[in-house]
Design a protein. Structure first.
Length: 146
């Protein structure tokens, strides 16, 4: 259980727009980097293998392969330097931590893709209702003609 006073102070600094990604997703993390007085945004593309913590202490770990060498980077979830996290691909997993991917090589490293509906259940229902209306009117016309 967390202290209410600490949570009250942290709420001002939490990210307003929630980042929507899950374990196993391939994401593109846009990270702000300062070099001297210059600032640039560098993308880091990889698979989310872990999420941990709560509140301001929440972090996520992204793993990718560079020159046949595994590179993992831990990002604070509510850091102002994390500009955006864009989901590229959704991976299907049955575990909360994907540390077993560290030992995998080649195609064994790939995760199955999770099927995600873009519009959600509301959009599917709307398209079915529209499709159902045309089917009913056609069948109604067919019945009226019989």
């Amino acid at each position: 259980m967390r202290n209410r006073l600490i949570e009250g102070v942290e709420t001002d600094h939490l990210r307003k727009n929630a980042l929507k990604f899950e374990i196993g997703d391939t994401v593109k993390v846009s990270y702000r980097i300062r070099e001297g007085n210059k600032e640039r945004i560098q993308p880091f593309i990889g698979v989310v293998i872990a999420r941990r913590g709560a509140g301001m202490n929440a972090t996520f770990t992204v793993r990718r392969i560079v020159n046949n060498e595994g590179v993992e980077r831990v990002f604070p979830l509510h850091s102002p330097f994390v500009v955006d996290v864009e989901r590229i691909r959704s991976g299907k997993t049955r575990r909360a931590k994907l540390y077993f991917l560290r030992d995998r090589v080649g195609k064994a490293r790939k995760l199955r893709e999770r099927r995600v509906s873009i519009g959600g259940p509301e959009a599917e229902g709307a398209s079915e209702e529209a499709g159902g209306a045309t089917e009913n009117s056609e069948s109604g016309a067919a019945l009226a003609g019989v």
